[in-house]
Write a protein of this length. Sequence first.
Length: 115
Amino acid sequence: QVQLVESGGGLVQPGGSLRLSCAASGSRFSIGLMGWYRQTPGKQRELVATITYGGTTNYINSVKGRFTISRDNAKNTIYLQMDSLKPEDTAVYYCYANAAFQGYWGQGTQVTVSS
């Protein structure tokens, strides 16, 4: 059983920055793909960015050039650096991890972009 603990959400003004962290623990196997998803009320959860164990990244178009996902395999931790934030980035952000072909989710952290 893998536990994912997110941190770093909060309230920020448009154009500001936030850095999310997600630490994984409890896995008996190497953790493969990890990533960030987000969800707003009434909408489906959407992929934001993913990163493989080897560091290959993928982003949705709306965050390219503004968000950066990174990973520290020694700490089983991923990060999401979010710059030039926009009100439409407001959502609950969830961490995701895949270990031994099973998916795990964090509890979510709220990001609010508002003046």
